[in-house]
Each structure stands twice: as structure tokens, then as C-alpha cells.
Design a protein around this ligand. Structure first.
Ligand code: ADP
Length: 560
């Protein structure tokens, strides 16, 4: 199992798949991290904008209520100085200066003076006729009870002016400590709204001013249902305010809420933001990033797919070729082995046959009839030939099984050895053998190189013309990366159509009675040369002699 896994993994397709998957993974992780970073940046930006808006609005509300209280205090002082609520505005001059005062504070829409019994003593806007009882107004009730000097009443809708306002009220106490009444200054929600609309975060935000008891004083954009609405059940009051006076959180509509407490006034200012510009941009950027990454991955995957197909086919082909080569090598080795064993094992019985036939010839020569003598003679001859063939076959297969031991060898020395083995043949043929004086050093197996020269020179002598004295020349030239040797004769030559065939085993061109031989010599030569990393071929014209050429590797460090 482990092996097949490894094969799969190291298969080019497997590697490619691993690469594509890891690329995709890395791309996704990188993209994810980028998008997440961008998200938290955008979120932080939105949060900061929300906090900023809450902060600005808090200041603005504080300032507006400050103004209203200032006006109320001013009225209260006048009332105390003049000794009663109604007296503070008794003269037209006093009234005019009060009106000017109210006009100077844009947040304030109206002023109402209420006496100790809770009845209207004066109403600047004229909405409440004097004497109207306002005891049920929360700010009147709260301040008549005593215990506190100021109170902010809940939001009301004024039909006649068509506007929302809440009341900042002050208690009025005379110098001797008696309760004179209450001054109420109406803070215009419209005035706050104008400021809110000028804030950059206003576009998709909701804003609220609540009393700490949960009463909604104003919510922007303005909504009619905010009258008498309590927010006490809102998570802001239930969870967050108790933990921290200022802060931010995500509400159930995943809006980002920032809030700030105005401690001195028992108010809280609250800004809820939709996703806003920053998040919209983030969403666009993320979409683009995701699309680009996706497209890149798709292109990579598609290209890899194409590549995988091609590589896969080549890989299979290479693997098949390697397998075929392996099979071929194995069967060649088997054949080699077979030829070797067969020729080796045939030698023994053949020797017996030869001995007995020779014995027969010696003992019974002339004692049987002439036919028998002739037959015995043929048998002896046949057995001898068979021995020669088997010996050569054995030599041939030995070259196949044993690796040549390559070492720097003096080519001249191997030629001399070959000539001394051939000296009888040379003498008998009265041949002239010319050897180039300076033959090089080659990388070779000495005995094999000797047998190569012996075979080639021997053939040159054997296939001689009757009408000429045999001449054989051995030489060498520089063939570039290798040495190029030649053995030239002036013999019978070879028809070009046989130039290839003669190097095959048992391939002969002549009858045995004309030229003896087994047809293995040149096959041995070819094998020796090829085992040495060279090539052998012949150039010849019939009747004009032949030249056998072969190449041999140069010795790595040629000795001079
Ligand atoms: P053989 O034992 O018959 O010489 P070889 O393998 O040495 O076998 O040679 C194969 C054949 O090539 C020979 O039968 C002969 O016809 C031809 N041949 C080889 N050498 C020469 C040569 N020098 N000149 C002409 N023919 C040759």
C-alpha cells in the first residue's frame, strides 16, 4: 500500500495535483487573511466614525440644554427678584427683553412659567393660556415634589408649531426658601436634527437621546411613535450601560452602536450605524479579490490539467519503454547464458567423440575397406570443425557475459601480440604486414583488443587474391572524440550488399572448401568494439581489397 501511495505521489500528475492544491490553499488563506484584515480595518474605521458622531452629538446636546437652562435660570432669578412668577413678566419692557433672550438661544423654542400650584403664570409662545394647570406634566410634578432643582421632561409634539421638543426645567425658590414655581425651557428637537444631518455618519445612522431611566427624549431621524416611548427594555439599558458608561456594540440588526453617558444630566446619547460607506467599499473590494483569486486558481488548475495530461502520457510512455528495455535486457541475458552453457557443455562429449574417432582412425586405418577409411576421415574432420565452432561460440558468448575491464592499453603492443599469434600464417602466405609506428593508447581490455586485431589481420590474410602477394596495413588516426583504427588488405574485397551481414554470427560468403572458417570472427569483433563504446564497419570493392574501420575511446590521461 505504501509503495502504491509513493508511486501515485511521485507520479508527475500526483506532484502537479499536490502543487495545484497547495497553491489553491495558499491563495485561499492569503485571500482570506487579506479580506479579514481589510474587514477589521473597515470595521474599525466605521466604529471610529460612530464614536466620533456620538461624541460630537453629546457635546451638541449638552450645549443646547446648557442654553435652555441658562434661559430658565435667568427667568428664575427675575422671578425671585420681582417676588413671583407672574411679576417677572409684568411690564412690556421685561417681556421684550425676555423675548430677546430666548431668540438669542436657538435651541430654545418656548418658555413657560408655572406657579407654585402648577398653573401657567406666563407662556412666551402663548400656547398655554395663563391659569392652565400643568400639574400632570412630568417636569412640573417632579420639581413641585422638591428634592431636585432641575429636571428634563419627556418629548412632546406641539400641534400648533408642528414640532417636537422636550423641556429643560428649573425650580424657583425665593430668598426666604419658599417654593415659587417652575420655569420650563422647551428644547427643539428640530434644532438637534439640523446638527445631526450635518454629521458625515448621518446617512445611514440612527441617533437617540435617552434619559437614564429609559425615556426617549429624541430620536433622529424624527419619528412620531417616539412620544411616550421608553427604551428601558433595550439591550443598551439592560446590558451595556450597567457595564460601562461609554462604549459600542453590535445590535441584533448587526448595526454598530456607540453610546456616551452625559452624567451631569442623567442622559445617554446613542448612535446606531448601518454598514456605511466603509463596509460597502470593503464588500466591493472583497468581491474583487475573491473573483481575481478564483480566476487565477481556475486558470492555474486548467493549465495544470492540460499539462498533467501531456506529462502523464509521456510518463506512461517512458515507463513502458523502460519496462520493454528491462525485458529485452533480461531475455538477452537469458539467451547469452543459454549459448554459453550449451557451448560449454557440448565441449566435453565432443572431446570424447574426437578421441574415439581418432583412436578408430589410428587403430583401423588400412584394416577396413577404403570406404571406411574415407568415412572415418570425414568424421574426424567434422568433429574438428565442430570443436572450432564451439570454441568460437564460447569466446563470443564470454564477451557478452563478462564486462570488459577497461584500462589504458598500448594499441601497438596488442597488434604485436596478434602478429606473433599469426606468425605461421604470415610466413606460410609470404605476406607483408605493415603496422604504423606510433599507435595510440586506448581505454580497452587488452586481450580483447588483441583478439580483435588477430581476427581482422587474420581475415586480411585469409581472403587474399591468388594473383597478388598479400599485404595488410594497420593504422590509426584521430577521429575527434575517439581514435579511428583501420586494417587494410589487398584481398578479394566484399560486395557492398554484404557489408552489414558479414558482422552477424555464422554469416559467410564462401564455401568452406575455398576459405575455411565458422562465420563468427567478425561477430566477435563487432561485439568487442561495441562493448568498448565504439563502432565497426567496412569499406570495400570486390577485387580491390577491403578496409575494416573501428573506433575506440581515448585513454583519459594519454601518456606521452
Ligand atoms: P569466417 O570465420 O568465415 O572468416 P568472419 O566472421 O571472420 O567469418 O567473416 C565473415 C565473412 O566476411 C567471411 O566469410 C568472408 O566472406 C567475409 N570477410 C571477412 N573478412 C574479409 C576480408 N578481409 N576480405 C574479404 N572478405 C572478408
Amino acid at each position: 500500500v505504501g509503495n502504491s501511495w509513493r508511486r501515485l505521489l511521485f507520479h508527475p500528475k500526483g506532484l502537479l495535483a499536490v502543487m495545484v492544491v497547495s497553491c489553491g490553499f495558499a491563495g485561499n488563506v492569503t485571500g482570506g487573511v487579506l479580506i479579514w484584515r481589510d474587514y477589521s480595518d473597515s470595521r474599525r474605521q466605521t466604529e471610529a466614525a460612530g464614536r466620533e458622531a456620538a461624541h460630537l452629538f453629546e457635546e451638541h446636546v449638552d450645549r443646547a440644554i446648557d442654553g435652555a437652562e441658562l434661559v430658565a435660570l435667568w427667568f428664575a432669578e427675575r422671578a425671585v427678584a420681582d417676588g413671583g412668577m407672574a411679576r417677572a413678566v409684568a411690564t412690556p419692557g421685561a417681556r421684550a427683553s425676555l423675548e430677546a433672550m430666548v431668540r438669542a438661544v436657538p435651541a430654545v423654542g418656548n418658555i413657560t412659567l408655572v406657579d407654585a400650584e402648577g398653573r401657567v403664570a406666563f407662556d412666551l409662545g402663548g400656547f398655554h393660556p395663563p391659569g392652565t394647570s400643568l400639574v400632570d406634566r412630568d417636569w412640573v410634578a417632579a420639581l413641585r415634589d422638591g428634592g431636585r432643582d432641575g429636571f428634563i421632561g419627556k418629548v412632546l409634539f406641539d400641534q400648533s408649531r408642528g414640532s417636537y421638543s422636550f423641556t429643560a426645567a428649573r425650580r424657583v425658590i425665593s430668598a426666604d426658601g419658599s417654593f415659587l414655581g417652575v420655569v420650563g425651557a422647551a428644547v427643539e428637537v428640530g434644532y438637534l436634527a439640523k446638527f445631526f444631518e450635518s454629521l458625515p455618519a448621518a446617512a445611514d445612522s440612527t441617533l437617540g437621546i435617552y434619559r437614564l431611566d429609559g425615556e426617549a427624549l429624541a430620536r433622529l431621524p424624527l419619528r412620531i411613535d417616539d412620544i411616550d416611548r421608553t427604551m428601558a427594555g433595550d439591550p443598551l439599558f439592560v446590558e451595556h450601560l450597567s457595564q460601562s458608561p461609554d462604549g459600542s456594540y453590535s445590535d441584533q440588526w448587526s448595526r454598530l452602536v456607540s453610546y456616551r453617558t452625559v452624567e451631569s444630566r442623567e442622559l445617554v446619547v446613542w448612535v446606531a450605524q448601518g454598514d456605511g460607506e466603509a463596509m460597502a467599499q470593503w464588500r466591493q473590494r472583497s468581491l474583487r479579490t475573491a473573483l481575481v483569486l478564483g480566476a487565477m486558481f481556475a486558470v492555474t488548475a486548467a493549465l495544470s490539467w492540460l499539462l498533467a495530461g501531456r506529462i502523464g502520457r509521456e510518463y506512461e510512455a517512458a515507463a513502458q519503454l523502460a519496462q520493454v528495455n528491462l525485458d529485452l535486457k533480461r531475455s538477452n541475458a537469458d539467451l547469452e547464458q543459454f549459448a554459453y552453457i550449451a557451448s560449454h557443455d557440448l565441449k566435453e562429449p565432443l572431446r570424447n567423440i574426437a578421441s574415439y574417432v581418432q583412436l578408430l582412425q589410428r587403430r583401423y586405418h588400412g584394416r577396413l575397406d577404403p570406404d571406411a577409411d574415407a568415412f572415418i576421415g570425414y568424421t574426424v574432420e567434422g568433429v574438428r570443425r565442430m570443436q572450432t565452432i564451439i570454441n568460437e561460440l564460447l569466446a563470443y558468448s564470454r564477451i557478452g557475459t563478462a564486462r570488459p575491464e577497461l584500462a589504458p592499453v598500448q594499441a601497438g603492443a596488442t597488434v604485436s601480440a596478434a602478429l606473433s599469434a599469426l606468425k605461421n600464417v604470415i610466413a606460410e602466405a609470404q605476406a607483408v604486414v605493415e603496422v604504423e609506428s606510433k599507435l595510440p593508447v586506448v581505454m580497452a581490455d587488452g586481450p580483447q583488443l588483441t583478439s580483435l586485431f588477430q581476427n581482422l589481420i587474420g581475415n586480411g590474410l585469409k581472403y587474399r587474391r591468388d594473383d597478388a602477394r598479400p599485404e595488410v596495413a594497420v593504422g590509426c588516426e584521430d577521429g575527434g572524440s575517439q581514435w579511428l583504427f583501420h586494417v587494410r588488405d589487398n584481398g578479394i574485397g566484399i560486395d557492398p550488399q554484404y557489408h552489414e551481414q558479414i558482422f552477424e554470427v555464422f554469416k559467410r560468403l564462401h564455401a568452406r572448401d575455398r576459405y575455411s572458417g565458422s562465420g563468427i570472427g567478425l561477430a566477435i569483433c563487432k561485439r568487442v568494439v561495441e562493448r568498448h563504446g565504439g563502432r565497426i564497419w567496412v569499406t570495400s570493392e570486390p577485387g580491390k581489397g577491403s578496409t575494416f574501420w573501428f573506433t575506440m575511446n581515448k585513454a583519459e590521461a594519454p601518456d606521452a
